[in-house]
Design a protein around this ligand. Structure first.
Ligand SMILES: [Zn+2]
Length: 121
């Protein structure tokens, strides 16, 4: 896992992976390192990736920071949930509206069918 750092005009140094390309910053989803950011090969997960991984910031040791991040995540997830609930309600209203239209369309088809039958008699 050899890595090189190169300073650029931006405030933060960039990291080269073993492919020789700038690594990207990703966020860990593992139970061991939840929310921890790390450098990773930009070609991951394609077969051509070099497997480069390096911590973007030192691994968190302080439980308070972990708790803080988890709380922040909960707040974000609650906001997402609220947003999805609203969209769900909107979708339900659309479905009810479509069901009403569908009902009247069926009535119209039956009436039209009866009209055609009456014409043939
Ligand atoms: Zn690479």
């Amino acid at each position: 896992m050899a890595s090189q750092t190169s300073s650029s005009s931006s405030s933060r140094a960039r990291v080269l992976c073993d492919c020789g390309e700038y690594a990207i910053v990703a966020t860990s989803r593992t139970p061991e390192n939840p929310g921890q950011r790390f450098w990773g090969c930009k070609n991951y997960p394609s077969a051509g990736n070099c497997g480069f991984v390096g911590w973007y910031e030192p691994p968190v040791q302080n439980d308070d920071i972990v708790v803080y991040r988890l709380r922040r995540k909960i707040v974000n997830l609650e906001a997402q949930l609220e947003d999805k609930k609203k969209r769900n309600e909107e979708d339900l209203k659309k479905i009810e509206s479509l069901q009403r239209k569908n009902y009247w369309l069926r009535v119209l088809v039956i009436v039209f069918g009866l009209f055609i039958i009456c014409l043939k008699l």
